[in-house]
Ligand binder design. Sequence first.
Ligand SMILES: Cc1cc2nc3c(=O)[nH]c(=O)nc-3n(C[C@H](O)[C@H](O)[C@H](O)COP(=O)(O)OP(=O)(O)OC[C@H]3O[C@@H](n4cnc5c(N)ncnc54)[C@H](O)[C@@H]3O)c2cc1C
Length: 461
Amino acid sequence: MVSETNQSKNVCVIGAGPSGLVAARELKREGHKVVVLEQNHDIGGQWLYNPNVQEEDPLGRDPWLKVHSSIYESLRLMSPREVMGFTDFPFLVKKGRDPRRFPSHRELLLYLKDFCEWFELRDMIKFNTKVHYVGPLNYGVPSEDLKWVVRSKDKNSEEEVEQVFDAVVVATGHYSNPRLPCIQGMAIWKRKQMHSHIYRSPEPFRGEIVVVVGNSFSGQEISMELVKVVKELHLSSKSLDIYEGLSKVISKHENFHLRPQIETLREDGTVIFNDGSSIIADTILYCTGYTYSFPFLDTKGMVVVDDNRVGPLYEHTFPPALAPSLSLVGIPRRILGLPFFESQGKWVAQLLSGKKALPSYEEMMKSIKEFYHSKEEAGIPKHYTHEIEGFDYCDKYAENVGLPKLQEWRKDLCVSAVVNLFINLETYRDSWNDDIDEKLQEALRSPYFTQLGVEPEDPSL
Ligand SMILES: Cc1cc2nc3c(=O)[nH]c(=O)nc-3n(C[C@H](O)[C@H](O)[C@H](O)COP(=O)(O)OP(=O)(O)OC[C@H]3O[C@@H](n4cnc5c(N)ncnc54)[C@H](O)[C@@H]3O)c2cc1C
């Protein structure tokens, strides 16, 4: 449905990471009045590296975390820079910066800073301002008339500030609150246990026997750097059926052992694996992923997090009973994040201005139920609800708000990076075949890369 009302709303965006920034830009473009509240001193979200983790609970069990970013010192991007950028702001190589296709995390922060400057977003952001409460002011009225109370506190003040907004966009990310396994003996194991949320560098583990739990990307990457300094590295995995890239890495190191899941932990430091083997370890490092958490959000029970499903959310964004004045941007995983968040932000902006309308409450709920049902039918566990496989969903989402589909070269370069990773885990960021180079050249010549009028440098040189 399309109407021409074009109302301007007072909107609060919570979080100045990639999704909050692009949502703020879209809202501003659509003519809304926007305030972004950000707890940190700068923009960037996960990409604002924070080495000071001493005050954080090593297992990150308090929902009110002290540290937001889970990025470690040596981290390089998993996806090549040319596929990552927003639709109208390519992630270009700049003089004096990290020119690599898979640059360090610092380079993405610089890109986001450039984005903020180019679109003049900084004036909208209140830094050092943590949101403690968001809830409906007038719960019970029709959802289009809802207003929202937001309470926040400046870092340097004891006073809580209360403001009322027409709409709130929650863009607080979901790679901070640890998802921990339930292992027998975890509570009595006295040695070091921590989650990768506070892992920063390998040096503190020098000479230790370390068990890394979880064989997904961060478990593998952290293991690869730890194995160079620890006495023994035991990577505990749900499945011992591993792909070629990891297998090559393990075979290169005598002190790198692949283990099954942990069955029990004993007080004296023993770790018993479920094949009966055991070791005595100094540290257990849980690389077991993250969970969605919104400790500030009071939705009167209309949105709950259940086994990593945030729901009900229409198209991963709108709680039907509170939409469109409450939206959550940045929820989907396994997606080309930045362009997708841009589509989400645009949709929120268009709905709030009245340019577009959502289906009825009943239709949205029906669609969500059908979606859950299709996941169940396909045998996909609940905690994978927000994992989007493939590009079709992103394309549909973009088209709905008038953005272009992802370019074919973007999809190809993305897929070939993943294929290369599975075969050459250690080297995929620095070497690739000629086919990929050709695609890259095609991409760099495309209007996408020349749209800002800046000649792109070739990151592969
Ligand atoms: C180790 C690691 C590696 C990754 N590698 C990649 C990669 O290679 N490529 C990729 O595309 N993605 C990667 N990601 C995913 C990354 O999280 C996303 O790229 C992106 O940062 C998500 O943006 P966001 O804005 O939704 O959330 P975030 O970046 O998490 O930003 C959320 C913001 O909200 C703020 N906030 C939270 N709570 C409050 C509050 N109560 N009050 C005020 N402000 C608040 C935070 O301070 C933060 O600034 C990685 C993540 C991790 C942890």
